[in-house]
Every structure is written in structure tokens, then in C-alpha cells.
Design a protein around this ligand. Structure first.
Ligand SMILES: NC(=O)c1ccc[n+]([C@@H]2O[C@H](COP(=O)([O-])OP(=O)(O)OC[C@H]3O[C@@H](n4cnc5c(N)ncnc54)[C@H](OP(=O)(O)O)[C@@H]3O)[C@@H](O)[C@H]2O)c1
Length: 310
């Protein structure tokens, strides 16, 4: 198939493109930068230079590539300032709203068979009820004030993709990424924070996280491109776990001291509400549907071994 990947140079894109190429697909990879065309060549893709927020350029790029499938992996998260959460995610939210609409409209014009888009299964589920959520469970209907725009943008993306009746719209709710190219890898921001003992455990650390190695996320994405059905798939590992469990374990893996403990109000004061939510209220996700329907298995079934291999 001809596959158009928006976000081809990113953490997930760099894992995804070579796997699509190895599976025999012709990949067209989008970037904003002329200078990243060489990287895309090396990954085996035809480089396409366009800004995802310029609808005419996107329409033109997609029309030239004439893809069977579009994969939307656009984010612009960079270094997150947790005290200014919405500001840190503002550009990503635009990519998830406007960016999604432009890609869908470009895809419709050439009649793409499938449209696969990145959503989030780690931070966006409702923070009530069971600890581990399935795809039918709702996204958070009342996010913390500081996270509302971010969750609204994910909701927009999901509704737009699933509502596109002219194509097979597929939403992949990825777990929290770790591994090469992500901020959870040796010497990268999150691992460094933990290695230096700068990430305390807040409250009871009862927030449940679902992780996914970025290579496993790419494998599941290839399966979705090839034989996914309209709908949502959680792409997470087999081992959702509370922060109180994974944070000390990761600190130990990194040779750091046991994380300090601070009460919720101190966490809120110094780190802001989103961090408190993430440490104490998140819910995890189940990968049963992706395993069953995409016939996919994560090579890193648990962060317990995965972090050490990152
Ligand atoms: N589920 C998760 O846990 C999750 C999800 C997403 C990201 N993250 C993490 O967040 C960190 C940073 O991610 P990131 O989003 O900053 O960077 P990233 O991994 O570099 O990916 C961003 C991709 O989107 C493209 N892009 C962004 N804005 C664009 C635009 N206006 N037009 C065209 N393409 C555009 C970039 O292309 P060019 O730069 O080449 O133009 C790049 O390919 C990483 O650690 C990543 O793992 C985690």
C-alpha cells in the first residue's frame, strides 16, 4: 500500500516508517523541514515537506502521494512545563484539532481507505471507576482545569476520525511512551529527573499508568494500517501499575535513591494540579482488544523489564 505518515520524523514516526517499508509498503513521510528530508530517505520514505497547519500544502502533499492510508502522528510536545500544562500542549492541541481536520479533508479528496490517528490511553481516561479501562470507557468528562483543552483536543481528534464514514477511521490510544527518541530513555528528560531524585512520589501514588515501548507502539500501528477496523484500540503493555509501584522500581533501575514522599497539597503547590492528577488519579488501560483484533503482542510486555532495556 501507499502510506502517508504525518509525523514521520518523530519518536514514533522513526520507529514506524522503517517497519512499514520492511513490510513492503511505499511510505511518504511528512516533515516541516527541508533539512530532515535526508533522514526520511534513510528511513526508506519518500520525503514530503509541508506544514501540517497549512491546509493547502497538506492537501497538495496528500494529492501528490495518492495514499491508500494516512497515519497521523503529529505532536509538538517538546519540553513540557508541568506548571503551564495547557501552554505546553497548545501546539499539539492545534495539531489534534486543525491538523486532524486538514489531513482528513485531504484524505477524503483522494479517497483514502484507512485513516489511523494517534490518541492517548495513558492520561485521558475518566478518573472514576475501575483501575484499568477498555476502549468503550469514556474519556475524562471533567478533567482538571489545567488539562481541559488538552483532553478536548484529543476528543476532537477521536470524534473526527471515528465519524469519517467515508474511510476506516482508527484511533490508537497509546500508553505513555518510553524507549529510543522519547523523554523516557537514558539521559533524556524524564529518566534524568528520576535519576537525580527530583521526581517525588505525591500522595498515595495511586494513579495507574499504562506504558508502551515506542517500538511496540510502532508494531501495533503497522498492524492497524494493514488490517485495523474502524474504532479505538488501546496500545499499551500488559502491566498497568500505580505510580507507587513503577516510580520506585524505575528509580532503582536507574541507580537512584528511593523517591521522596510528599503530600498532595505540597505536590499541588510546587508541581501543579496536572502532576498531582497523574500521580494520584490516573487510570490504566487494557490491551485485550488490540491483541485479539490486531493480532499484536508487545515484545516488552511489562515496563518492569522494558525500562531496563530502554
Ligand atoms: N503517548 C505518549 O506518551 C506520547 C505521545 C506523544 C509524544 N510523546 C513524547 O513527547 C516527547 C516529544 O514529542 P514531540 O511531539 O515533541 O516530538 P516528536 O516525537 O519529534 O514528534 C513530532 C512529529 O510531528 C511533526 N510535526 C510537528 N508539528 C508539525 C507541523 N506543524 N507540520 C508538520 N509536522 C509537524 C514533527 O515533524 P518535523 O519536526 O520533522 O516537522 C515530528 O515528526 C517524546 O518524548 C515523545 O515520546 C509521548
Amino acid at each position: 500500500m501507499r502510506v502517508f505518515v504525518a509525523g514521520a520524523t518523530g519518536a514514533i514516526g522513526r520507529q514506524l516508517v522503517p517497519r512499514l517499508v520492511a513490510a513492503g509498503h511505499e511510505v511518504h513521510g511528512m516533515t516541516r523541514s527541508e533539512s530532515k528530508q535526508a533522514m526520511l530517505h534513510e528511513l526508506g520514505a519518500v520525503p514530503v515537506v509541508a506544514d501540517a497547519l497549512d491546509p493547502d500544502r497538506v492537501a497538495d502533499a496528500v494529492a501528490r502521494a495518492k495514499p491508500d492510508v494516512i497515519v497521523h502522528q503529529l505532536t509538538a510536545i517538546g519540553a513540557v512545563d508541568m506548571r503551564h500544562f495547557e501552554r505546553s500542549f497548545a501546539e499539539t492541541s492545534r495539531l489534534r484539532t486543525e491538523g486532524t481536520d486538514y489531513l482528513l479533508s485531504a484524505g477524503r479528496a483522494v479517497g483514502v481507505r484507512r485513516f489511523v490517528a494517534q490518541s492517548n490511553g495513558a492520561f485521558a481516561y475518566a478518573r472514576t471507576g475501575g483501575a484499568v479501562k477498555g476502549e468503550e470507557d469514556p474519556l475524562d468528562p471533567s478533567p482538571a482545569r489545567e488539562m481541559r483543552g488538552t483532553v478536548a483536543a484529543l476528543r476532537h481528534l477521536e470524534e473526527a476520525v471515528l465519524g469519517a464514514e467515508w474511510t476506516e477511521g482508527i484511533v490508537l490510544r497509546y500508553g505513555a511512551f518510553y524507549g529510543p527518541g522519547t523523554s523516557m530513555a537514558p539521559s533524556e528528560a524524564q529518566f534524568e529527573l528520576i535519576r537525580q531524585g527530583k521526581l517525588p512520589l505525591i500522595g498515595d501514588g495511586g494513579g495507574v499508568w499504562s506504558f508502551i515501548h515506542v517500538a511496540d507502539a510502532a508494531e501495533a500501528t503497522v498492524a492497524a494500517v494493514e488490517h485495523g477496523r474502524r474504532g479505538v484500540y488501546n496500545v499499551v503493555d500488559d502491566d498497568p501499575a500505580p505510580v507507587a509501584e513503577w516510580l520506585p522500581a524505575l528509580a532503582q533501575t536507574l541507580g537512584a535513591k528511593k523517591p521522596m514522599h510528599v503530600p498532595r497539597f505540597v505536590g499541588r503547590l510546587f508541581a501543579g494540579a496536572p502532576v498531582v492528577v497523574m500521580m494520584t488519579e490516573l487510570r490504566g488501560a487494557s490491551n485485550a482488544k488490540a491483541k485479539r483484533e490486531l493480532r499484536w503482542r508487545p515484545a516488552h510486555p511489562s515496563w518492569r523489564q522494558g525500562f531496563a532495556a530502554a
